[in-house]
Design a protein around this ligand. Sequence first.
Ligand code: ADP
Ligand code: MG
Ligand code: MG
Length: 931
Amino acid sequence: MTTYVYDFTQGDKDRADLLGGKGANLAEMTRLGLPVPPGFTITTEACREYLAQGDEPGELRVQVTTALRHLEDKVGRRLGTRRDPLLVSVRSGARFSMPGMMETVLNVGLNDESVQGLAEEASDERFAWDSYRRLIQMFGATVLGIPADVFSSALDDAMTTRGRAAGDGPVADVDLTAQDLRELVATYRGIVRERTGRDFPQDPREQLDLAIRAVFDSWNTDRARLYRRRERIPQDLGTAVNVVTMVFGNLGDTSGTGVAFTRDPATGAPGAYGDYLQNAQGEDVVAGIRNTLSLDDLHRIDPLSHQQLLQAMRRLETHYRDLCDVEFTVERGHLWMLQTRVGKRTPAAAFRIATALVDEQLITEDEALQRVTGEQLASLLFPQFATEPSDDGAASRALTSGMAASPGAAVGTIVLRSEDAVAAAGRGERVILVRRETNPDDLGGMIAAQGILTARGGKTSHAAVVARGMGRTCVVGAEELDVDEDAGTVTVRASGREPTVLHAGDEISIDGSTGEVFLGAVPVVSSPVERYLEEGLDAVSGDGAAVDDETLSLVRSVDRLLRHADERRRLRVKANADVPDDAARARRLGAQGIGLARTEHMFLGERRGLVEQIVLADDVTERDIALDRLLPLQRDDFSGLLDAMDGLPVTIRLLDPPLHEFLPDHTELAVRVAVERSRREGGGPGELSDDELAADEKKLAALERLHEANPMLGVRGVRLGLLVPGLFAMQVRAVVEAAVGLVRDGKDPRPEIMVPLVGSVRELQIVRDEVESVVRGVTELAGVDLTIPVGTMIELPRAALTAHRIATEADFFSFGTNDLTQTTWGFSRDDVERTLFSTYLDNGVLTISPFETIDADGVGRLVRIAVEESRTTKPGLELGVCGEHGGDPESIRFFHDAGLDYVSCSPFRVPVARLEAGRAATTDAPSSSSR
Ligand code: ADP
Ligand code: MG
Ligand code: MG
């Protein structure tokens, strides 16, 4: 027989899958001997069965009866009886805490009879009727589905009536008399009858069963499903239900209820911290119905309960070895613990608490590393708004909010068109690009803007994905915004408020970490953690650094955990950088080399003409002239990069992008030629000279010859190198000459040559021979000794599947997981992210974009095959990854497990990768970070 019900004395904290988080921790507190009211937990399995079958398993009813009878015997009372009734709460509690599910129902078991018994037992009539009205209110709203405000407005009316009777304004709920509450109960029961067509159920067991069922059903509400989809919580876990003996905080001023934390969850500062409310029940504390008291106040009011609470919290912190939060109730001077869990915290608090616990010798440094995440570190690196914006209402005010899509704090004037953003940025102005949604044409504007704000779209919309990719602050889906590009206005339509009309040129501030949007300029400060990473600890802790103790403590914690991660990690961390400034920055942030230096951008601008000449040349001399002119320019590029990374490896990838990016626009050229021809045919004077026309015609013919239907799968990478003789040789020569020059200056350059898009070992062999002969030629002539490793990207499935062969010609592999994902899935990234992904994420084909986190089952399998098979032919082969996945926490864990030697990511992700590589090395089991 399946056990569907566990008494609190039977469970423990490690069974959260079955008992839910709340149930598992209630059992754990019971085991610890803390004062938890007796109760039992109905398992998530029972919920799954119920949902599958549409009915409770028969055994469940029986087991609930048994558990209830045990409970009644233990406390010496019977559920809802006339004399001294047992009352219970029915509380949902899934594996992960989930707003959007059913609320708790308190005081189950009260009816017209037992309310009398409760009053007699407590010698407090008012209390009994207060409890009864609360039951009908909670039961009515959450079990019977009556809108909650129907009850709260009846309550408001009662408070107004009482106040008027006293010749005053409305009073608080505690001022209602027993008689008022008795009348309110009658009103509430009338509401139930009217709304549901039947009376409020008087049978205590029926109340209990209906409440349990309602908790089960709440697992599948739209709200709950949506929440789980967003948080990537599986849809099939089900929720547990906890049935707990009621204890009462609403028994006058010697009673009360509160929440507390063992440390400050906002800053991580040591010392217990909490809120308390006298004569209150359940969620009154957090609902803000009256002003709360502090724990110090509790100490004054009831020193004994205060002391017991602090002891219990200390006990919990010792036991869980982490920050815990608790819910507690004091019933006439007696403390009861109603809930605990390892508490949520801000990123800053996570770092400070982790190192504080190491200092207190409660956890090891390895464990401390598990308590923080790369994402938390990343969020500490972004600039921040200096103060709570609402404090200085004069300069700025909250306008609206959307989804936090890419963190950071950005201030600028509104522009509605990408061209305008580019133009404004050219004039040195700071702008925020505000659009309904963005598309690939907005790229230029997005680069030029300080931040991006859209009215539509979610966290995987074009704006969100692109902004995150380039580290630009972004808020998406601010639905109250109505963006009218033609009128040049942005209208904010918040319900219940007059619309606010903004114009292009108005200043706004957006917070990409919270999704908030403000009117006006909120002051921005650079992050102290960022300052520390770039300039060292002294920059923050030295005299005149002017940071407060809390900030200093945070920076010290980050420093300590990063250094520990560096000691423990097996993966090296390199950066993707193509220009000396980025390389230097990456180096300051801890990069151990450059894993990917792209050479594409070096061929843009004025140099493009030269490349065009190389590609279209129809005789060797013409091509050689262009190559000769490019050589010194490339040499300078590489020299700067190698110098910035002196002593560290720099992997230079030979030219990769598709051919057409270097050629003139076909349509434009075709039109020009056609117009000229028709002019001449019409007998009129031409606009071009004969030579010009001939040159254009030649180009046009070449373009038509080279036209590709699908350039991403066409002539690019190594294919281009083999098609255009001399191109790769020139690049390699530039690299070697740059290195030779640096050696002569007494430096230690470490270039490596990487060949892109190889699919067959023969391709690599041909290029490798060419590279080696150039290297030999240049170094022998210069009399300088240089070894330059030659390796390849693994970015085609065929490369991964023939890795054992390709390895024979390679000194290293670097997994280009961006293209490997495109070619494995057959996805064209820019196209599918825009059109397909939101549907695929909604219907569960994807749980996350495979371009963000590596698709372990598919693309990852190719990586594993390539790792394993390449090392059979070449055991010491150096293996790394240079796709954007190199900076993604979950992917880093995968690469660690797969046995790679390094990850390479964008410079600003380097600290994140260092931390995550350390975390991966200090756990065996892959653990998704706490939700
Ligand atoms: P949530 O998950 O929203 O916190 P809870 O199940 O913890 O919901 O309950 C809501 C409120 O009711 C909390 O303040 C809790 O402490 C209180 N509560 C729950 N069960 C009892 C009980 N048996 N006696 C007194 N208060 C209770
Ligand atoms: Mg709640
Ligand atoms: Mg709770």
